[in-house]
Design a protein around this ligand. Structure first.
Ligand code: LLP
Length: 402
């Protein structure tokens, strides 16, 4: 179990910075990163934080200092990474459905390039020949992940080049002379089963022989972290051991070794994050009791978008009697964080805590209903530091031509 912030500290943050508020704990990020280093100690593994989970540059700097690389899906994320101090060789650019122009911009920044469709591979090869080695994202036809919306390696997914098109890839490589230094898969998010990663690796090792310059096998992200109180995450020690075993076997047979890259997002930052909201109203209706809070899916969309479960606790009344509530937001839609959730009695102005709020929380927030986005605070060396101020009406108006 990693470090967990006590309720009194979180209440202090809510008091000092107001709600709704995202709070991140630096020590937990460090703990998670060290767990990965420890689990993969037997193999040549590099970690690239999938920063789409949480891009605040203060968070990126923590991972940079820890020695992590970074995985970016847009040219702006690459710019963030550079600002945070990552050198280009520690950055992977893994976009999807972008044109050659964005790739060319990324090459000017000298970062690692990951290409996920045949047409772009040909365009890139025609443009650069063998002067800019690339990684190719493959679709392994593996169905995995917490739900269909976050499953990305199955046959119907838009991501990657199908492994059934390997001959076409070889044709493009031969015609354009493009140098393939790596192959990549990312099969989905919240994958608990270690064997899914092993299956992916075995497949990559089979395909590796097609690419003589290959040095990297990138297995993507997707390690599961627990969201529900009784849930278990991916067993990283077991994964580390299976990975080493698979590599050792392959090396003994072929004499070949590769560096493995992983791109975890949730694993590194989900549990470091706490989202704090305040109760505005309690509404008793014949069917239900609603708790209406000063936030909504504009701030944390995961419950509405993925039916995701986030643990909620009433930290300002932790000994109150247990009642059942629908916890709802203030957005003018059926904006629900949790149905039939048992909580200690909720009163107006209570502070509710959402766990696992570090990954895809603030990052997927919006200004829907012309509501401002929350502030973000980092607990670092025992002190709270504001790392994004709360937005104001002026922020909403910025950019509009009046
Ligand atoms: N690598 C690639 C190429 C990815 O597309 C992703 C996530 C990751 C790594 C990191 O996956 P992670 O370790 O965080 O599971 N917004 C959704 C998750 C979507 C993930 C998209 N790609 C959610 O809140 O559940």
């Amino acid at each position: 179990m990693g470090p967990v912030l006590p309720n009194n500290l979180l209440l202090k943050a809510a008091d000092e910075f107001g709600t709704p508020l995202y709070v991140y704990d630096e020590d937990r990020i460090t703990f998670q990163y060290e767990q990965l280093r420890q689990a993969f100690r037997r193999s040549d593994v590099k970690i690239f934080y999938a920063c789409k989970a949480l891009t605040n540059i203060n968070i990126l700097r923590i991972l940079e200092k820890l020695g992590s690389g970074i995985d970016c899906v847009s040219i702006n994320e690459v710019q963030f990474a550079l600002k945070a101090g990552f050198s280009p060789d520690r950055i992977i650019f893994t976009p999807n459905s972008v044109g050659l122009d964005e790739y060319v911009e990324a090459t000017a920044l000298k970062v690692n390039i990951n290409i996920d469709n045949l047409d772009l591979l040909a365009q890139f090869g025609n443009h650069f020949g063998n002067t800019y080695p690339v990684i190719i994202r493959l679709n392994p036809h593996i169905m995995a992940g917490g739900n269909l919306k976050i499953s990305t390696g199955h046959v119907d997914s838009k991501f990657g080049i199908s492994i059934d098109q390997i001959e076409l890839i070889k044709d493009v490589v031969a015609k354009t002379n493009i140098a393939v230094k790596g192959i990549h898969i990312h099969t989905g998010s919240e994958i608990k089963d270690v064997e899914v990663f092993v299956r992916g690796l075995e497949l990559m090792l089979e395909l590796a022989s097609y690419f003589p310059d290959l040095s990297v096998i990138d297995l993507g992200g997707g390690f599961k972290v627990p969201y529900k109180p009784d849930e278990k995450g991916t067993d990283m020690e077991a994964l580390g051991a299976r990975l080493a075993e698979t590599f050792e076997k392959h090396a003994a047979r072929t004499g070949k070794t590769f560096q493995v890259w992983f791109e975890p997002g949730k694993f590194l930052v989900s549990e470091c994050g706490y989202f704090l909201v305040k109760t505005n109203i309690i509404k008793d209706s014949p069917a239900r009791t609603f708790v209406g809070v000063d936030s909504g899916f504009n701030h944390l969309i995961r419950p509405m978008f993925y039916d995701a479960y986030h643990k909620i606790s009433n930290i300002s009344n932790p000994t109150g009697s247990i009642n059942t509530y629908n916890v709802v937001g203030n957005i003018c839609e059926t904006d629900t964080f949790a149905w039939d959730r048992e909580l200690n009695e909720v009163r107006p102005n209570d502070i509710l805590l959402f766990n696992n709020a570090g990954a895809y929380g603030f990052e997927m927030s919006s200004r829907f209903n012309s509501r401002t986005r929350p502030a973000e605070v980092l607990l670092t060396k025992g002190e709270f530091k504001l790392i994004r101020r709360r937005e104001t009406l002026d922020d909403l108006l910025e950019g509009i031509i009046l």
